[in-house]
Write a protein that binds this ligand. Structure first.
Ligand code: NAD
Length: 268
């Protein structure tokens, strides 16, 4: 979708981090904004800096909330051209140690959130018959599987799979809706606030990660050029190659999948 000006974007998880940066970046493109987040207070703060933005407190893990978000977005703006299914939470721990309630929370937000977004918005976007784009925020943890992050990785691999399926399903229908799956490495956001037990090494890597603004810039480029896999940390791409080689050779994964060789992540 080359032209963004005057079109409408919906961003989930817009109150912080990547979603917040996207909101400000898309405002610079003169898009009309619908901002959604579970954290109503932070959402109001972000929206107060973006005149004209519609802010709707939404729990993406609840189908009714996302359906209501779509209804309100269409009632206000009449169309949605860019859907950013971005809300997410982190989870840390060995597969068997993470309590079931926390497995359910991370699956509810990261996986059901994306499913609810697609089911509520894509039929409406198809009916509009104008060009559109869906950006699903996965992670490098959706392309490789780091240790001690099984629940998180499970959701992000699923988001990559849903995005791959969505792109093909839309192409089969000859829809003018592009799809991107955003796969960042470490980004300096509040993400680990949702995972208090996170590994200190990972915590440090996130704190030193690239800025959410750089990820937002990269996302806008991907939407404009209809890029599917959006790899924001090219220095981590070797981990994807290693995983593919391990699959083809039948080897077990090495337990260091995402530890970068260079300490500073960079976006291209
Ligand atoms: N920060 C990183 O290193 C990194 C790396 C790869 C992928 N990601 C992904 O980027 C996305 C954005 O995360 P971030 O890093 O900006 O973190 P963040 O914590 O700064 O922002 C996430 C936002 O999602 C909101 N949210 C959480 N649960 C929600 C729910 N049920 N409904 C609606 N909103 C909800 C939070 O309130 C928060 O405002 C997530 O999907 C995350 O998994 C982050």
């Amino acid at each position: 979708m080359r032209s963004l000006r005057g079109k409408t974007a919906v961003i989930t998880g817009a109150a912080s981090g990547i979603g917040r940066a996207l909101a400000y970046r898309l405002a610079r493109e003169k898009m009309r904004l619908v901002l959604a987040d579970l954290d109503g207070r932070r959402l109001r703060e972000v929206a107060s800096g973006l005149p004209g933005a519609l802010a709707i407190r939404t729990d993406v893990s609840r189908a009714a909330d996302v359906e209501s978000l779509a209804a309100k977005a269409y009632a206000r703006f009449g169309a949605v051209h860019l859907l950013c299914n971005n809300a997410g939470v982190a989870e840390h721990g060995a597969v068997w140690e993470v309590p079931l309630a926390r497995w359910k929370r991370v699956i509810g937000t990261n996986l059901w959130g994306v499913i609810h977004g697609c089911v509520a918005f894509v039929p409406r976007m198809l009916a509009q018959r104008s060009p559109g784009h869906v950006v699903n925020t996965a992670s490098m943890a959706g392309l490789v599987t780091p240790p001690l992050a099984g629940p998180y990785s499970a959701t992000k691999h699923a988001v990559v799979a849903i995005s791959e399926a969505l792109a093909q399903d839309l192409a089969l229908r000859r829809a003018r809706i592009g799809v991107s799956v955003l796969c960042p490495g470490f980004v300096a956001t509040r993400l680990l606030h949702s995972a208090p037990g996170a590994d200190p090494v990972v915590r440090a890597l996130v704190a030193q990660g690239v800025s959410p603004d750089a990820i937002a810039d990269r996302t806008v480029r991907a939407v404009r050029s209809d890029e599917f896999y959006v790899i924001t940390h090219p220095e981590m791409a070797s981990a994807v190659r290693r995983r593919t080689e391990e699959i083809l050779a039948g080897r077990a994964p090495a337990a260091s999948a995402l530890r970068p060789r260079r300490s500073r992540a960079a976006s291209r």
